[in-house]
Design a protein around this ligand. Sequence first.
Ligand code: F6P
Length: 738
Amino acid sequence: MAQLVLALILGLAILTWVASGVVETTARGWFERDVGDRSRLVLVSAGPSLAGAWSNQSSLGQHLAELARDERVMGAAACGLDLQPRAATPGFPTDFGCWAIGARLRSGGAGSSIREWSTVADPPSGRIHVSVMPVSSEAGQLGFSILLHDLSYIQIREEKARSFLLAAFCLLALLALLLPVFAARWARYGWNTELRTFLRGGGRGGKREFQPLLKDVRELVERMAHERDDVPGQWTARRLKQALNRHLHGERVVIVSNREPYLHERTQGGIEVRHPASGLVTALEPVMTACSGVWVAHGAGSADRETVDANGRVRVPPGEESYHIRRVWLSEEQESGYYYGFANEGLWPLCHIAHTRPTFRAEDWRQYQAVNRLFANAVCEEVDSEDPIILVQDYHLALVPALIRERLPAATVIMFWHVPWPNAERMGICPWRDELIEGLLGSSILGFHTQLHCNNLIDSADRYLETRIDREHNAVAKSGHRTLVRPYPISLEWPVKWAEAAASPRDCREQVWHELGLKPGALLGVGVDRLDYTKGVEERLLAVELLLETHPEYRGRFTFVQLAAPSRTKIERYRQLNDAVEKVAARVNERFGAEGYRPIVLLRAHHEPAEVYRYYRASDVCYVSSLHDGMNLVAKEFVASRNDLRGVLVLSEFTGAARELTEALIVNPYNLEAAAGALAEALRMPPGEQADRMLAMRSVLAQFNVYRWAGTMLADAARLRSQERLSSRLSARQPAMV
Ligand code: F6P
């Protein structure tokens, strides 16, 4: 027996040694590829601003310093085609200077162009990633930029991985040593009782010696899981797909929301596909395209019924067809009570502090319950296992998590609430608050944009329901079921496909100038919203009015174009808003308009994303003035659209986005003087400052994109899932108490 154990330990040692070599090489390759991609992204984004500052050494130096702000960047330099440095960050190593690099990459003789290039160098001081990118203006190549990344942190990671493997080896060796002891005891007492006691962590005094061991294993697994999710580098559609495969073994995802990602509309020219104006859809569509699966949603388009198969399904996106929509059909009565009534006259004003009184009607509530059941049934028809992963979206479907849990107790339900959650006192005015919270607590994970909204939900559950609150882990337990409540700020895909496909900012500007009849030298502001009272459109136009009143130099020169998508027009409050906005626009145009000049252009229509991005890229300033907003993706879209690093974002402090886009000009939209002042500041902001702010905001968006949003939620769900599976296995094996 002793020989067998020794052979086992020797075998394990050899296996560990071989595995550590393979792990090291593979992980190093991944890390280096990530750093390469990141360097490339940084240099490509910085290209226009470096070109703009080329002839000004100090401004060029500032841009380089900005690039080198990340602690892993060792230095950045800008070099001319004569291989002379134009500017460099302090202490830039001469071994990688303009001459050393440029001479290697020159395509011809002196002054010839330099191509894009990257490599990993291994000097005695430690590994370095070198990235080179040409810098060009319209006149041709000006020179090139160099970015150096310190890769020593990869070595540190490798050492950590080695210690993990060593720890695993020690544990396995320990287990191998304990094996004979077990064998002897099993032979005497029977293996079954022994294993149960061991898995329970030892019920009688003698077995407690295994508890520290189990604790160590658990901690090790936990730490390794976190390590893998925290790997630096950008989240992409591919990485999300890999994470889904790794954590959830490729199980397909089911999304359910009221709004569908593609509507089929009948028009005079035939059936057209539309992208609805919805932050939810903007964010989730790329996730679904990456993950594939099924999206259950209300079929609201006039030609939706004509475009589905016998099961109400249609494959999308048109041309790509990577997932399918399962449409749920609602009668007019159902839509009126559930969507217009309870969701949008009750919950919407309840959740947003925008001073519109919520209306609660018993009949609307009955329809809300019935329609939530319809959605839950459709989801259960679409799943392909007993324990599917279901992502439920938004305030229209608060009862769906509990309804799914009734039918599929092992499902992992992630509910994401896209709007704010009010404080407990305010929530208290809803006659069906208990049922709503109970419905939500059917979820495994309940996500909000901010920690504040998580706290509000936990307080509401604490105040109105019989629950056990675990504040340390942000969890609520009700009737034996536990829900984790977590903030996951939503975002955009990166890069955004609409920005990639758009014409150059100069061409966009030319087209928009032509469409709006603007004069050369005019300045343009843009607002993009559903016409909703929470968006502060009236306040925005009043700020423009005050700007023109207090800054006469902008009269005749500054135009504000508002793209307003009609929304929820069957509700009286939305019709009132429409009239009020129209009135303010007419008054401002009356006061400050002149022959051939309209200060406010109100475009009340649905605009497809390609058109919206054209306006973003043509504008000098974008003003997002929401009175209250969970996140607001318009702010993020504007930043994503400006790969030329121009334009200024003026952003309401009452949006979730203001917590992340801190380089915007942040304003209180109720404070018209401050808002008008911010608009004036935006219009006179020098291009260098615009570029600095844009660069900073764009790097936040690149890093915290929607793939990361979804990846983090799915990884949390996967952890929860394995914990639940483990504990249900343990309890199934636990002997009955006598
Ligand atoms: O962002 C909040 C939100 O309610 C989304 O969930 C919704 O899709 C969007 O606003 C647009 O509203 P609607 O779906 O009513 O047109």
